[in-house]
Design a protein around this ligand. Structure first.
Ligand code: CTP
Ligand code: MG
Length: 234
């Protein structure tokens, strides 16, 4: 069985503020994307990593990743206008022998390799779609367009979903093929599988697989990297 990882990295990072595309912002001197690719390549399961770069950065991203010693085969393709389209481009480029696909945000640079392997293992054990998730810690309220609280949502049943998400290749391909033209893009791949009515299973997530979205997340990312480097694990 061949497992490939797709890394959507073609976003601009608008919520992080002005600057180079988010995946290329450095943490500890190394672009987030390179951290993310290394985390995937270090996982035992992953043999091929397909990075989806901003269209203007395909050549520079190729050169960047060649400059790091990554223990897996790397391909770089150009992304689309939404995360969903970026993943679809990468799916189209996969070689025929791949039968399990992991999709992992470049914006989650410190996902532990153990998490990557646990998601892959759950797919290999027969689950067609697998997401890592954590309990929600904040109280969550539904708010109307007028800014008034409609209700407090029962937190017990809620999960915050992370990546890597894992799929049987045929299921993820069918989920993308079923997208109706003009429909709102989903923010994760499991969302498309849910639309197909196929089961999506949950494995425990990991706080270290957090997503860098806003400026304060970079402070947390740097602190985590410092901690890993001082313990010899970075
Ligand atoms: N992504 C992508 N192609 C897009 C949009 C997003 O490959 N057209 C990727 C991002 O690079 C990121 C991942 O999807 O690794 C998760 O998306 P998000 O955190 O929303 O990143 P951005 O879209 O870059 O950030 P923002 O929404 O703040 O602009
Ligand atoms: Mg986005």
């Amino acid at each position: 069985v061949t497992v490939a990882a797709i890394v959507p990295a073609a976003g601009r990072g608008e919520r992080l503020g002005p600057g180079v595309p988010k995946a290329l912002r450095p943490v500890g001197g190394v672009p987030m994307l390179a951290h993310a690719v290394q985390a995937l390549a270090r996982a035992h399961a992953v043999g091929l990593v397909v990075v989806v770069a901003p269209p203007a950065e395909v050549t520079s991203v190729r050169a960047l990743l060649e400059s790091y010693d990554v223990p897996a085969q790397i391909c770089v393709v150009a992304g689309g206008d939404s995360r969903q389209l970026s993943v679809a481009r990468a799916l189209d480029s996969l070689p025929p022998d791949v039968d399990v696909v992991l999709v992992h945000d470049a914006a989650r640079p410190f996902a532990p390799s153990e998490l990557v392997d646990s998601v892959a293992a759950a797919v290999l054990a027969g689950s067609p779609a697998v997401v890592p998730a954590l309990p929600v810690t904040d109280t969550v309220k539904r708010v109307g367009p007028d800014g008034r609280v409609v209700e407090t949502v029962d937190r017990i049943a809620l999960r915050a979903v992370q990546t890597p998400q894992g799929f049987a290749r045929d299921v993820l391909t069918a989920a993308h093929a079923a997208v109706l033209p003009g429909s709102d893009p989903v923010t994760d791949d499991a969302g498309l599988v849910e639309r197909l009515g196929r089961p999506v299973t949950v494995v425990p997530g990991d706080p270290e697989a957090f997503k860098v979205t806003r400026p304060l997340d970079l402070v947390f990312a740097q602190a985590l990297l410092d901690l890993r480097r001082s313990s010899g694990a970075g």
